[in-house]
Design a protein around this ligand. Structure first.
Ligand code: TRP
Length: 340
């Protein structure tokens, strides 16, 4: 084993503004996880190349994302923060794993099917990278002998694919890869759109009132919550039921995540109040919460030399750690290691 505690790998694509969905589904847990795991927090910039929407400013997005990692409490003294493209071992393992993956299993990936459909509808061509993307994800995970991968429900299938590829490789070459397990929280792993709570909150939504961005200004956040969809059940009653009350349940999940209170505890506190009052409570809590997060973010974001130092140190650590796995794989595959 390369690390002493179980290894946890997490990554986000730096493809534009992060949303409340990213925070609640993923980043919220990062600070606490540092105590229990050896954490690697990756900025998946190579993944972001698979969808070049509106030519986003990738350099800026990478530094924005890195600042958010720090603002969410990731401590570079406890965890490794790094940028995927700085560690060329990811691309190398990606190719090798391509040779151990099947066309048919990639075709079954739900995310690929969805993204492809969207691209077709916009008359765009589908890149080979979009198809191969889950293999790069497998490389990210397997390179560090990862034990746990915190993912939303939509990414679970990719972790299963990673396990299949690892198993296939291990059965041919011995115990090379640790089999990773997905970590999925019970609530809040999927935050839904505010106006259409049957679909996931997504930064690419054309209707920006569906989405809360972490950098939205506070008055805008209040308005978005006040306009969020709620059902018309009479008399109005606040309870958790994704089927019958998707809008209310979504707001409950948001409130529960940012206050760290269990939904059942919240339901007791909220008993008998009206929807409008409930929305005011959510809007108020969320505004206070995001105000603090934005302040911390801005402090990091304005110090680019510090951000670059963190990324550099992270990359060096990752190169050292991943090189061990990769050398072992090269050796098993019969590739000759470089002589000096
Ligand atoms: N594909 C993930 C996403 O879009 C990001 C990602 C890249 C990732 N590599 C990963 C997540 C490895 C978990 C593990 O959200």
């Amino acid at each position: 084993m390369i690390f002493s505690k179980p290894v946890l790998f997490s990554a986000i694509q730096p493809s534009g503004n992060l949303t409340l969905g990213n925070y609640i589904g993923t980043m919220r847990h990062w600070s606490k996880m540092q105590d229990d795991y050896e954490c690697l927090y990756c900025i998946a910039d190579l993944h972001a190349l698979t969808v070049q929407e509106n030519k986003i400013n990738l350099k800026k997005s990478i530094l924005d994302t890195l600042s958010f990692y720090l603002a969410c409490g990731v401590d570079p003294n406890k965890s490794i923060i790094f940028i995927q493209s700085h560690v060329c071992q990811h691309s190398q393992l990606n190719w090798i794993l391509n040779c151990f993956s099947q066309f048919s299993e990639l075709l079954r990936m739900t995310q690929f099917k969805i993204k492809r459909k969207i691209e077709k509808n916009c008359a765009k061509r589908t890149s080979a990278a979009l198809f191969n993307y889950p293999i790069l994800m497998a490389a990210d995970i397997l390179l560090y002998q990862t034990n746990f991968v915190p993912v939303g429900r939509d990414q679970k299938q990719h972790v299963e694919l990673t396990r299949n590829i690892a198993n296939r490789f291990n059965s041919l070459y011995g115990n090379i890869f640790t089999l990773p397990e997905p970590l999925i929280t019970q609530y809040g792993s999927k935050i839904m759109s505010l106006l259409e709570p049957h679909k996931k909150m997504s930064k690419s939504d054309v209707n920006k009132n569906n989405v809360i961005f972490l950098l939205d200004d506070i008055p805008n956040i209040v308005l978005k919550i006040r306009h969020a969809f709620t059902d018309s059940e009479m008399p109005s009653k606040i309870y958790y039921d994704i089927e019958k009350k998707p809008g209310i349940s979504n707001l409950l999940e948001i409130l529960s995540s940012i206050t760290n209170k269990d939904i059942n505890v919240l339901l007791k506190e909220l008993e008998g109040i009206m929807y409008s009052e409930f929305k005011n409570i959510v809007a108020d809590s969320l505004s206070k919460f995001l105000f603090k997060l934005q302040k911390s973010y801005n402090n990091y974001r304005c110090d680019e030399s510090y951000l670059k130092k963190i990324a550099y140190e992270g990359a060096i650590k990752c190169q050292l750690k991943s090189e061990k796995t990769l050398k072992n794989i090269h050796d098993k595959l019969g590739l000759i290691t470089f002589f000096k």
